[in-house]
Design a protein around this ligand. Structure first.
Ligand SMILES: [Zn+2]
Length: 262
């Protein structure tokens, strides 16, 4: 394949070493990495599909924060009570976040019952106002999992509420510059990545962080998370010219290119 063919196969995507908070439209170079917040329905999603992005951002001088809307406690195997498994998930997430140099926050919605309503949207909006991220990474909408779908919708509206000056809450309004969607095996319907992040430098640390979860090693279910996400990083790397990469899909609103000529 020639270079033009390769570029076409990647679909004109941009390849980055960090997510900048103030890059020009369509520009592929990145400036100083900003503060990134990953918002996940379950802690495993946060680490397995957004953890490398957080780690990369931090390694480039940015800061990160992981917000889980639930503890993912209902993924408990038969021999572990649900509540105890939830605490194991919390401990694993705190250890993983510490290793990656980020902070872990939790909301207390029950796993498999995360509601999409005014209360949950305002709760996430308040966290955004308090922590003021430049960039948010969350679930794509094309998921079979209702918690993931609801998380996507909650974040969409929470970003709007966070920026709405006339909505009076305890924290001042805050505008998020960019929203990206993570590459998740459960959220694959119509997921079309357009941004590839080079994760070679932090790959080993990210793998170590994921390994705090029994689920990562296939101890709680059938899915081979470790094989899937480590292989995916190679595949995404092949498509972007990096050894290992994560692919992200940018929100439609930030895909507009303003140009005087082509
Ligand atoms: Zn999940």
């Amino acid at each position: 394949m020639n270079r033009r063919g390769f570029a076409q196969s990647v679909g004109g995507a941009v390849a980055l070493s960090a997510l900048a908070h103030s890059t020009a439209w369509g520009e592929s170079s990145s400036e100083t990495p900003g503060k990134i917040m990953a918002i996940a329905a379950h802690p495993g999603d946060g680490l397995f599909t957004m953890g490398a992005t957080l780690a990369q951002q931090i390694s480039r001088g940015g800061t990160g924060l992981l917000l889980s809307l639930s503890l993912g406690e209902k993924g408990a195997p038969k021999d572990i009570p649900v509540q105890r498994y939830g605490e194991m998930q919390r401990t694993a997430t705190e250890k993983a976040a510490h290793l990656l140099g980020t902070e872990a926050l939790f909301l207390s919605y029950p796993d498999a019952e995360i509601p999409f309503n005014q209360e949950s949207t305002l709760a996430v909006s308040d966290v955004i106002r308090e922590h003021k991220p430049d960039v948010i990474v969350t679930h794509w909408s094309g998921s079979w999992h209702k918690d993931h779908q609801n998380c996507h919708l909650i974040v969409r509206d929470a970003v709007f509420y966070a920026a709405l000056e006339t909505l009076v809450r305890r924290g001042p309004a805050h505008s998020v510059s960019k929203v990206f969607y993570a590459d998740n095996w459960e959220d694959g319907a119509n997921f079309v990545p357009d941004t590839y992040l080079n994760i070679e430098a932090i790959y080993d640390k990210w793998m170590q962080a994921c390994d705090f979860y029994p689920m990562w090693r296939g101890q709680t279910g059938f899915f081979r998370y470790n094989d899937y996400y480590s292989s995916l990083s190679v595949m995404r790397g092949c498509l972007s010219g990096f050894k290992r990469a994560v692919a992200l899909m940018s929100d439609a609103a930030q895909r507009t290119v303003r140009s005087r000529s082509l």
